[in-house]
Design a protein around this ligand. Structure first.
Ligand SMILES: [Zn+2]
Length: 490
């Protein structure tokens, strides 16, 4: 009976959109011809020659007929796709060499080599995670993915086309155990800090706990970069709610090859980085550093060397935890909830306010800091000062102790937030302020007051305290007050 038709499902990605594709195959008598319709990628078009050989190597017959492959919906370009396996199954089914033995529909994803081997790739795995999953579908995937962390679904693993002849075993329903996180690589266990560095270190710990952005202003050699590196290895473990795979972060950015979750990211772009590299966008909507640092730290060393436009582009993600990009017809939102930690010298020579002599004039310093705008500074709660002074005392910090403390504090904070949401009672530290403290806030803008309150709440969480105490407010006040450094220059 001609023409013979078959239909298999597969998946394709255009930009960030995931499309379920119907791979329709029609075979009819006629001159040998193999056509693929429906805006296939170059790689899919090339599969015509590849599959002919692969099907024969696997011991099947490649039909001597006219074969039409239609990728539905036809009008959408199939930029990223792995249709080889789906097309092969369709050809075998339409030519009567194979029949789907299951009541469910089959969704196939896989590349096929000339010898008929079936292969996977990181991109394929990402498509698999993004595919719509129902009990009504059986996924046919490369057996290379057997050891990988996969979403819950019905799977049949294949290593070569030959195994198609034997597909009658029941699919494995895979439910994976909770995600396991790899330990962050550590280059330090203990570190000796002076009192100013210790204060900075605490500030950065609060920054990690409450996602407060931090800015370190200090003379060269006071340990700004070192401190950022230290806290990069102290980031708390992921909370389950952080690991939402549908949010658009590529799997490879989030998972190791063994399927374990990577620790929270630490990104340190160079100061020559463009605005687009920092926040993403462009015609193919690439992820910027802010998105790659989602859930972790974006460290900007020597902030004054960055381009003004690049610094300004951070305002939206710093405020909203995401970034919107205008597309031709729509707007796309990418996640960008990272903690920005920036560092800079206080003046062109670097010695301002330190023990060495600074010869810069007020005007030179103002010009030097001009790129750091008011709105940018408003988004920073933790202002850290590291100026050279004679400090002989030292403190030892042990990484493991602080990481454990941070994890406990994070659990405490999350539980508090859940509880508050349930009771719809939100702790408002502002009500607990006493009159004397209000006076010391006189110079603060509304925004600086808000920052102080929010930071005080985080410091309370760090100390596992359900109420915000005066000592927490005072500590928060010190960090926010340092921001007046910029105003005092004017
Ligand atoms: Zn100077």
């Amino acid at each position: 009976m001609f023409p013979n038709l078959s239909e298999t499902l597969s998946v394709s990605r255009i930009g960030r959109e995931i499309l379920l594709i119907r791979v329709e195959i029609g075979i009819r008598k006629g001159l040998p011809n193999f056509q693929i319709l429906g805006l296939a990628s170059q790689n899919t078009k090339e599969s015509r020659d590849r599959l002919r050989l692969a099907i024969e190597s696997a011991g099947f017959i490649f039909p001597f007929a006219t074969i039409i492959v239609n990728l539905y919906p036809n009008h959408k370009p199939k930029k990223v796709s792995f249709f080889d396996l789906a097309i092969t199954l369709g050809i075998l089914e339409a030519s009567g060499q194979w029949q789907n033995p299951f009541p469910q529909r089959i969704l196939a994803l896989g590349s096929v080599s000339l010898s008929g081997r079936i292969h996977a790739s990181e991109e394929l795995l990402e498509l698999l995670w993004a595919s719509p999953k129902t009990r009504e579908t059986i996924f046919l995937i490369p057996s290379e993915l057997r050891e990988r962390h996969l979403p819950e679904a019905n799977y049949i693993y294949l290593s070569s086309l030959e195994e198609i002849k034997e597909i009658d075993w029941l699919p494995e329903i895979i439910t994976f155990p909770p995600l396991e996180e790899t330990e962050p690589e550590s280059t330090w266990d203990k570190e000796i800090l002076n009192p100013s560095q210790m204060l900075a270190f605490s500030g950065l710990c609060y920054s990690l706990l409450g996602r407060h952005h931090a800015l370190m202003v200090g003379n060269p050699g006071t340990g700004k970069t070192k401190l950022a590196q230290l806290v990069s290895q102290m980031q708390p473990s992921w909370q389950p709610s952080d690991l939402n795979l549908d949010e658009g972060i590529p799997l490879s950015a989030r998972y190791c090859l063994n399927g374990k979750v990577k620790p929270r990211p630490f990104r340190q772009p160079h100061h020559t980085t463009t605005e687009q590299a920092l926040v993403g966008g462009g015609s193919s909507l690439t992820l910027g550093e802010v998105s790659l640092a989602h859930g972790g730290i974006l460290f900007l060393d020597e902030l004054t060397l960055f381009r003004e436009k690049a610094i300004e582009s951070l305002r939206e993600p710093m405020e909203a935890g995401k970034i919107e990009h205008a597309r031709v017809l729509t707007r796309e939102t990418l996640p960008a909830d990272c903690t920005v930690i920036a560092a800079l010298n206080p003046c062109p020579c670097g010695n301002y306010l330190g023990i060495k002599t600074c010869h810069c004039s007020k005007k030179q310093i103002r010009d030097y800091l001009r790129k750091i705008s008011g709105p940018f500074l408003d988004r920073i709660s933790i202002h850290i000062h590291l100026f050279n002074q004679n400090e002989s005392r030292t403190v030892e910090v042990v990484r493991e102790d602080y990481r454990r403390k941070l994890n406990e504090a994070m659990d405490f904070r999350m539980a508090r937030l859940v509880e508050e949401r349930k009771r719809e009672v939100f702790s408002s530290p502002a009500e607990r302020m006493n009159g004397g403290f209000e006076k010391s806030l006189l110079r603060f803008s509304y925004r600086q007051k808000q920052n102080t309150m929010q930071l005080a709440r985080t410091i309370a969480d760090f100390n596992l305290s359900s109420t915000v105490k005066e000592q927490h407010l005072l500590e928060a006040y010190e960090f926010v007050q340092n921001s007046l450094f910029f105003e005092d220059l004017n």
